[in-house]
Design a protein around this ligand. Structure first.
Ligand SMILES: [Zn+2]
Length: 328
């Protein structure tokens, strides 16, 4: 019974936001993407489109179109194929639809079933829309493993929890250690800078090893017949391509962190912090910064990302960058 009560409470919250015109642009709905999260998403959409007096009426033509996933202004995406991935092209298509005018003049909605199946490229495409949502659009991300979504996606969505996700099964393994490094910023000395640079390097090395394992598994399991030298080449190319995606995400998290810091240093208020759970840590760090030192730190992080793309050894890049971040 408890789950139902929780569900009812959450539903009232959504209904109130809808009636007062304060809906968020994006929601992560945590529950079963084929069960309670799906039902919740359908009810949510009916609320937006229903033409009955008592919304949702579950009887009008719009409510029925929502139920059959055929409403023209709603776009449903779910993982295709054996690989169970939500491909970049599909997300690109959805993002494009969101920028166009709606067919019926009302809301446009994008629904991602099993949103955790987005690969990093897909997620980064979606992220751009989350950063600048077109008016009168809504995104619903259905997932039972919210911890598998990029932290930058989660932080830009309102979270609706219908049931607990399976904790820790597919968590991006680099996220927790990266947050630990961010919590220790800024380095207090050259020695401290070298230590933190080493930890970031170790995080990315672990990511690389994990990706290589994954790619190797795919190559052995796939039906491509490759000789050994070719296999090694493909393995390396695929591993590096995916590593770049993760690196881009790691640096995005680092940049977001510094943007939050800038917001606190500039005293523009803390209600829009991306890392609102880390408010205290950020506030503490902001006392060691000025506006210009924070802007400088942002440039340093951007510089790290750029130099890494140019195949300069990571150790050298991180050492130099963290040294520039030192504040005593
Ligand atoms: Zn209706």
């Amino acid at each position: 019974m408890e789950a139902v009560d929780l569900h009812a409470e959450v539903w009232e919250g959504i209904r109130n936001s809808f009636e007062s015109g304060r809906l968020a642009h994006a929601y992560v709905i945590v529950g079963s993407p084929r069960g309670n999260a799906l039902e919740f998403a359908e009810s949510f959409l009916k609320l937006l489109y229903c033409e009955g007096a008592e919304k949702p009426c579950n009887a009008c033509s719009k409510c029925r179109l929502i139920e059959s996933h055929k409403h023209v202004d709603t776009l449903w995406i779910e993982p295709q194929s054996k690989a169970r991935q939500i491909k970049a092209d599909e997300v690109r298509g959805l993002v494009h639809r969101m920028t166009q005018t709606s067919f019926e003049g009302g809301w446009k909605a994008g629904i991602l079933v099993s949103a955790e199946c987005m690969n990093t490229t897909s997620a980064n495409i979606l992220l751009k829309t989350l950063e600048e949502p077109p008016p009168k659009t809504i995104l619903l991300l259905l997932t039972d493993s919210p911890q598998a979504l990029l932290p930058t996606i989660i932080s830009r969505c309102q979270k609706i929890v219908l049931s607990e996700g399976q904790a820790g099964t597919t968590d991006a393994a680099w996220n927790a250690p990266l947050m630990e490094v961010l919590h220790e910023l800024p380095p207090s000395s050259g020695l401290d800078a070298a230590r933190l640079a080493g930890r970031l390097k170790a995080i990315l090395d672990a990511v690389k090893a994990e990706i290589a394992d994954e790619v190797e598994g795919e190559l052995w399991g796939g039906d491509e017949a490759l000789d050994e030298s070719k296999l090694k080449e493909v393995l390396e190319a695929r591993t590096n391509a995916r590593l770049k995606e993760v690196q881009a995400e790691v640096f995005r998290v680092m940049l977001d962190w510094h943007r939050d810091l800038l917001m606190l240093v500039s005293k523009v208020g803390d209600e829009h912090l991306i890392f609102s759970n880390d408010r205290n840590v950020l506030a503490e760090q902001s006392t060691k910064h000025t506006q210009s030192s924070t802007l400088q730190a942002i440039q340093v992080v951007e510089g790290m990302a750029r130099r890494l793309d140019r195949n300069i050894p990571a150790t050298q890049i991180f050492d130099e960058a963290f040294r520039k971040l030192v504040r005593d």
